[in-house]
Every structure is written in C-alpha cells, then in structure tokens.
Design a protein around this ligand. Structure first.
Ligand code: NAI
Length: 262
C-alpha cells in the first residue's frame, strides 16, 4: 500500500525495518513530523503497518510536510532473497534510501541448555544477518552518492549479556561490532553508521515480564522508569539529522542510566 500526502517529493528517504509497531512505529512517526519519506517494513501484521503509514501521513500533514510519502512493505527479512526484494521495492516505490534504520528484532529466550539451534539461528537471522544484508544493499548507493546514514537498533543486552538471552545478546553484540566496522569502512565517503542500545522499553517485547521481575528491573534503573518508544525515536531522529553529521561508530545507550560506567 502506498499512502501519499502529495506527489512530488524531494525529501530524504528512510527505510525502517519493523516499522509497524513498538519502537519502529515511534521512529516512523517522529521522522514523519520532520519531513522524511518512509518505507515501513513489516513481517506479518499488514493492518498495523498500514495504520502506521496512515498515522505518518497525518503527522506529516499536521507538521506542514505535504510532499512526504509513506509506503508499507511486507518482507520476512530472515532470508536474503526477502531482504533483496524489500530493498528493491523501496527503490522502486520511493527511491534509494538516504537513511537505513535496522530496527526489526525478535527474541527466543531460554537458558542455553534448553536453547535449540533453531532458536539460536532464528534470532541471529533477523537481528544480525538481515542487518548485514541490508547494510550491504543500502551502502552501494550511499557510498556512490557520498551521503547516507545507517542506524542500527542494538540493545543494552548486547553490552552486558543476559541470562536466558545468549542468542539475543550475541546478535545485539554482533550488531555493535558490525556498526563499528562499517563506520570505519564508510567514513571516507561521509556515510555514518551508529547504533543505539535501548534498555527496557515499554513495548510488546517487554509486556510479558511479570510484576516481580518488572519491580526488580526498576531498582536497577537510576531514572526509575521503563523507557518509552519515543525515548528511542528521539535519539534516532537526532542521529538522522544534520546535527549528527560528525558522529559515527558510536553506541548510544537509551537506558535510564542502567549501564552507566563508574
Ligand atoms: P516489537 O516486537 O514490538 O516489533 C518488532 C518489529 O520487528 C515488528 O514490526 C515486526 O514486524 C518486525 N519483525 C520481526 N521479525 C521480522 C522479520 N522476520 N522480518 C521483518 N520484520 C520483522 O519490538 P520492539 O520492542 O519495538 O523492538 C524493536 C527493536 O528494538 C528490536 O530490534 C529490539 O531487539 C530492540 N530493543 C527493544 C527493547 C525493548 O525493551 N522493547 C530493548 C532493547 C532493544
């Protein structure tokens, strides 16, 4: 589905993976108010993705951005061919992305003794392999144009590790290594690559936490609250902006102070 608030667009084009809900939706809405055109990728929930696209149109129009365009595109980025199809559909509908935001992510938690190889691979495929593939696809035109931004959504768990999340922590730590390596590879062409590492953010990924664990978590967060998707979106929007043009290879924790160093 394509929703257009006006044809004619000279706006920056952004691909947000997993933009249908949670943090991804918040990123899309925040960027929509700032005049970007956005491809919103989703895996299964078409109506949620189309709702995000419509909310983006409303947000763009109320902010006076009449030329922005929004498109919801289905793809299961766990496979390489779907990443390629997604990327070429973005190019066909909106144009080559100026900004890539690798947000889609999944968990399959278990203690390692009970963690199956399938669950390890499933998490790595979406959280790391797809990030590698999409960075590779998007970087070709960014490097040619000597302009572009890549923002990868990692996690504080990628910095600290977490019991029951060996697969997820490995994938998110991998994203940090990938981010820093690409930041070095692309810096000579003015393409920046950064990661954000959210702490505990109130989304469907964390709503299953039981009250006891939630209370314990709050004790470990100096700001004494869970984060919101908008907390993450605000930092991502900053990294997309001209104000962040001298920032690359960084990992910004958005975690209420949880992982601050002594
Ligand atoms: P969510 O579960 O609400 O949304 C995940 C998004 O990823 C959905 O739009 C879904 O369609 C998409 N997705 C999942 N599998 C996919 C696949 N195979 N192909 C294409 N798209 C797929 O998650 P949430 O909480 O909004 O998380 C977004 C990102 O932030 C994830 O990378 C997550 O690991 C990360 N994060 C979340 C934290 C939290 O507390 N919620 C904390 C730290 C990081």
């Amino acid at each position: 589905m394509t929703v257009t608030s006006e044809s004619l667009s000279q706006h920056q084009i952004v691909l947000v993976t997993g933009g249908s809900r949670g943090i991804g939706r918040s990123i899309c809405l925040t960027l929509a108010t700032q005049g970007y055109s956005i491809a919103i990728s989703y895996v299964g929930d078409k109506s949620a993705a189309e709702e995000t696209a419509q909310l983006c149109v409303n947000a763009a129009l109320s902010a006076g951005h009449y030329a922005s365009r929004f498109v919801a595109l289905q793809a299961n980025i766990a496979t390489a061919s779907e990443c390629e199809r997604l990327y070429s559909e973005v190019c066909d509908t909106l144009g080559s992305p100026d900004i890539l935001i690798n947000n889609a992510g999944i968990t399959r938690d278990n203690l390692i003794m009970r963690m199956s190889l399938e669950d390890f691979d499933a998490v790595l495929d979406v959280n790391l392999r797809a990030v590698f593939l999409l960075c590779k696809l998007a970087s070709r035109s960014m490097l040619k144009r000597r302009r572009g931004r890549i923002i990868n959504i990692s996690s504080v768990v990628g910095l600290t590790g977490n019991t029951g999340q060996a697969n997820y922590a490995a994938s998110k730590a991998g994203v940090i290594g990938l981010t820093k390596s690409l930041a070095r590879e692309f810096a000579g062409r003015s393409v920046t690559v950064n990661a954000v590492a959210p702490g505990y953010i109130d989304t469907s990924m964390t709503e299953t936490l039981d009250e006891r664990i939630r209370a314990k978590l709050l004790e470990s967060i100096p700001l004494q609250r869970l984060g919101t998707p908008d907390d993450v979106a605000a930092t991502v929007a900053f990294l997309c902006s001209d104000a962040a043009s001298y920032i690359t290879g960084q990992v910004i924790a958005i975690d209420g102070g949880m992982t601050m160093q002594a």
